[in-house]
Design a binder for this molecule. Structure first.
Ligand SMILES: [Zn+2]
Ligand SMILES: [Zn+2]
Length: 372
């Protein structure tokens, strides 16, 4: 490892890890991390659709991420799937690879890559808060830290999730004749919200939109306790009175939700900080619950890993680059494509939607939607 000076290292990391159109390419190991197009060899940080794509030949990921990929893609998950549990080391070509928990969703990992004494950590997506459904993020000291920046602006400060869940449960109490439908992405967010509701002491059955059933079942198979879950399909309207229904974000404001009794439309997302977004989506009760680091968590993590060099990707890179540079860290935005530039419809389960959707034409600012 190099010392923490801002001088370029003698052996520059960009000489062996490169940004190609297909994604982040690790040359001495001949593999990609989270390739956006099918690769011969892929190291996958977690199961979200913008990181784990189908069609790779050889896939290396944590056992839980592989289970998620298999559940979603079947045989398309890859021709050969190799599990690597957290903490175990594997040499690929000339590169040592290990996974360390990222605290983002079940199975999510930071890829720790070492080559000739230089350590690069590709964090994928991460958060620092406790999440009952996955192992907590572990900071790893490194020479280069590759960070996401989904909420990379100082205006994004997520409140404690316990407070958001208390708001939901308070509303359930307040309106016993209504139903509450909570929009949440299918992988990670849905299960985390359920687990947080359980942690707050709510023990009635929770209803599930059909789209949420497979991954909730998988989470339980993998040992995550979610309490009693009931498929919402085929039930009479009355069954939902006073109840909580989990649904994909796309379903909460559409016809599907109208068959529920006077539904309170809720949405669990870091983007609910932006009130205009909540209004646009017809959300009555926005819940700011994110699986991504907020601004403070991003800055704290940069401190914790102590890397003299920072590469910033998908999200609002500029503010974080500026912040890091001010702290004597060499920082740059990675021009990775495929994470924030595809339609949200194609990536139904991710929280970092296209920038143009979040914020039309005003990257990197927050735009007119910000009311904070
Ligand atoms: Zn993700
Ligand atoms: Zn992502």
């Amino acid at each position: 490892m190099t010392s923490s000076s801002a001088l370029p290292p003698a052996f520059p990391p960009e000489s062996w890890i490169k940004v190609l159109p297909q994604g982040l390419y690790v040359e001495p190991g001949n593999f990609f991390v989270d390739p956006v197009r099918p690769a011969e060899r892929a190291v996958i940080t977690h199961g979200h659709a913008d990181h784990a794509r189908p069609g790779n030949i050889k896939v290396l990921a944590t056992p839980d991420t592989l289970a998620i990929m298999r559940a979603r893609y079947g045989d398309g998950a890859g021709s050969s799937l190799q599990p690597l549990p957290y903490g175990e080391r594997l040499r690929i070509g000339e590169v040592d690879v290990r996974f360390v928990p990222a605290g983002h969703v079940l199975g999510s990992a930071q890829a720790v890559l070492e080559y000739r004494g230089c350590r690069i950590v590709v964090s994928g997506d991460y958060k620092r808060r406790s999440d009952p459904t996955c192992a907590p993020f572990e900071p790893v000291p490194c020479d280069v830290f590759v960070t996401e920046a989904t909420f990379g602006l100082p205006v994004f400060r997520h409140p404690p999730d316990g407070r958001e869940i208390a708001r939901l449960l308070h509303s359930v109490e307040l309106f016993p004749e209504r139903s509450h439908v909570v929009g949440a992405y299918a992988l990670g967010k849905c299960q985390r919200v359920i687990a947080l509701i359980r942690r707050a002491g709510y023990d009635k059955p929770i209803f599930l939109h059909g789209a949420h059933i497979p991954l909730c079942n998988l989470y339980r198979e993998l040992g995550v306790d979610l309490g009693e879950l009931v498929p919402a399909t085929g039930l009479k309207k009355d069954a939902f009175v006073g109840g909580i229904v989990m649904a994909p974000p796309s379903a909460v404001a559409d016809r599907w939700a109208r068959r529920l009794p006077d539904p309170v439309i809720c949405m669990a997302s870091g983007w609910m900080t932006v009130r205009q977004r909540a209004r646009q989506r017809g959300v009555e009760l926005p819940l700011v619950i994110s699986d991504h680091a907020d601004w403070d968590e991003l800055c704290q993590t940069i401190e914790d890993v102590g890397a003299p060099e920072l590469w910033v990707t998908h999200g609002r890179e500029e503010a974080l680059v500026h912040h890091a540079t001010g702290r004597g860290i060499r920082a740059r935005a990675l021009a990775l494509v495929g994470f924030d530039e595809e339609g949200q419809g194609e990536l139904p389960d991710v929280e970092h939607p296209p920038t143009h959707d979040a914020n039309p034409g005003t990257k990197p600012g927050l735009g007119q939607g910000a009311l904070l």
